[in-house]
Design a protein around this ligand. Structure first.
Ligand code: MSP
Length: 521
């Protein structure tokens, strides 16, 4: 029996509305959690908010409220969005939770005692929005290499974590665990850019602000956000607390999902902190790319931002999730364009999937009074081919997920949808009906229903409502799991609905493209 599945998103900065890029990590995590759950695994998903630090303190001052009031409000907003997006998380973690703060303090004192943390003085280029210090050589044209904003020289008494001590152990760990960093090229990047040039010790406290976890033995210091933030993955499960039941069950994580901007912190510092704590290291850290606009990063000042609520409101949750997941390549950024969004909606969802369902339901009604004929084996020459294609698609979908190629895992389902549409053209049910070739017609209808059921189950991890809708129209129970993918399941006496209901309405492309462009302003 494999270990229960533990999957996490990063904890989000509660510093404003989340655009579709930020929501991507959450949507991907939710899909994987549901996928594993539908495979019958005991799965646990963690998300939450990363509530300390200067940036948050500044925001609260701007708003004229206390940092605590500010983060309480923001955490509520975040939960509302995840609820609108039907994110199936098991725990919402907040770094201002008492138990978390206490464990962070204990960990800090332990590191001090072990000699992993020492007191020194830090001078460097500090990027306030990213809460990161950079060395002179890391700056790009004198600006922050992550966000391209201004940095300022800062100097302060600070504690440091002795990263150098662990550098060789970390490299050895990477080599011995080829699945730890995914996709593989991220490993090369992190080794060449940060470890080979000489791993620098990490500054882990600040004295310049006080919205954070205070160092117990020297309270003028607050713990610098990354040591505070990263440990959420274990404190959320009860690590260092009285009840460690969840921690014992779920740790180490199977997968942490992170965007490329925070890869460095997860790939270097997090495993080193865990080594210092003598804890097992997560199986995989998957680094995804960014959703960007034609003119670069999404930002309010550029006026090129789009929010998930806006798309969901007009086009529905499933279409929004489908687009985000389907378009993200493993090797580069996903460029959001209204043309692509509307194009995918009309061609993939409305034409390929929607029409297939509609045609099938209306033919079953027309030829067999709505009763799906029984399965009788391979009657049409292409029946066997379609069955094999279903089996193959189920396997391809799983293989791609296993290989962390998520957009391809969805492509595999749409290959099956195309193959099934082709099957309709090949069997020509309208000709069979005219020629009164009933056995072949029965088989054609049965195979179409069979394929649509498989499709409904395969899309379930990211298009739950559409999946329910297809199953309901086919007259099937919506309580399904991946175990029900056994294809030759009999459709004896199943009654489909009397009149098919379109699952996606065709969009007027020009009108909707103009509408989305307007939203982006
Ligand atoms: N608080 C830190 C994470 C600490 S984890 C111990 C943080 N928060 S964040 O709110 O800025 O980012 C949340 C997630 O959104 C991250 O995975 C980040 O990479 C992701 N994204 C932010 N903008 C994005 C895009 N434009 N596209 C895709 N993902 C993006 O970082």
């Amino acid at each position: 029996m494999s270990k229960p599945f533990y999957i996490t998103t990063p904890i989000y900065y509660p510093s404003g509305k989340y655009h579709i890029g930020t929501a991507y990590t959450e949507v991907l995590c939710d899909m994987l959690k549901r996928y594993h759950k539908l495979h019958g695994e005991d799965s646990f998903m963690l998300t939450g908010t990363d509530e300390h630090g200067q940036k948050i303190q500044n925001k609260a001052i701007e708003a004229g409220i206390t940092p605590k009031e500010y983060v309480d409000k923001q955490a509520e907003e975040a939960k509302k969005l995840w609820s609108l997006m039907k994110i199936d998380y098991d725990k919402y973690m907040r770094t201002t939770d008492d138990y978390h703060e206490k464990v962070v303090q204990d960990i800090f004192e332990r590191f001090l005692k072990q000699g992993d943390i020492y007191l020194g003085e830090y001078e460097g280029w500090y990027c306030e929005p990213c809460e990161s210090y950079w060395t002179e050589t890391q700056l790009v044209d004198g600006m922050c290499p992550d966000c391209n904003r201004e940095v300022k020289k800062m100097k302060e008494e600070a504690y440091f974590f002795n990263m150098k001590k662990y550098a060789d152990r970390l490299l050895k760990y990477y080599d011995e665990h080829p699945n730890f960093i995914k996709p593989d090229y991220r490993k090369t990047e992190v080794v060449n850019n940060f470890i080979k040039p000489g791993l620098e010790d990490l500054c882990v406290t600040r004295t310049s602000f006080d919205w954070g976890v205070k160092v117990k033995s020297n309270p003028k210091h607050v713990v610098y956000v990354w040591l505070d933030a990263l440990t959420n993955y274990i404190t959320a499960l009860g690590y260092g607390q009285e009840n460690t039941e969840l921690f014992d069950k779920y740790w180490p994580a199977n997968i942490h999902l992170v965007g490329k901007d925070i890869a460095r912190f997860h790939l270097i510092y997090w495993p080193i902190f865990l080594m210092a704590l003598d804890l097992p290291i997560p199986e995989t850290i998957y680094v995804h790319n960014f959703i960007v606009m034609k003119d670069g990063k999404m930002s309010k000042s550029k006026g090129n931002t789009i929010y998930p609520e806006q798309l969901i409101d007009k086009y529905g949750l499933d279409a929004t999730k489908y687009y985000l997941l389907r378009e993200m390549p493993t090797s580069g950024d996903e460029v959001f364009t209204p043309e692509d969004f509307v194009g995918r909606y009309n061609s993939d969802l409305c034409n390929d999937l929607g029409n297939l369902l509609n045609r099938t339901i209306s033919m079953i009604n027309k030829y067999f009074d709505g009763i799906v004929p029984d399965y009788k084996g391979h009657i049409n020459p292409v029946d066997k081919e379609l069955e094999e294609f279903i089996t193959e698609s189920v396997k391809n979908n799983a293989d791609y997920i296993e290989k962390f190629e998520f957009a391809s895992s969805i492509q595999a389902i749409w290959d099956l949808i195309s193959r099934t549409n082709k099957y309709v053209d090949e069997t020509e049910p309208w000709v069979l009906a005219k020629e009164e070739d009933i056995t072949k017609l029965e088989s054609s209808m049965n195979h179409l229903a069979m394929s649509l059921r498989a499709i409904a189950i395969l899309i379930r991890p990211f298009m739950k409502d559409t999946s329910d809708n297809i199953l309901r129209q086919l007259g099937l129970n919506t309580e399904v799991t991946f175990k029900d993918l056994d294809i030759i399941k009999e459709f004896n006496n199943i009654k489909v609905i009397d009149k098919g209901e379109p699952i996606f309405l065709r969009l007027d492309a020009d009108e909707e493209i103009a509408y989305i462009k307007e939203l982006m302003k």
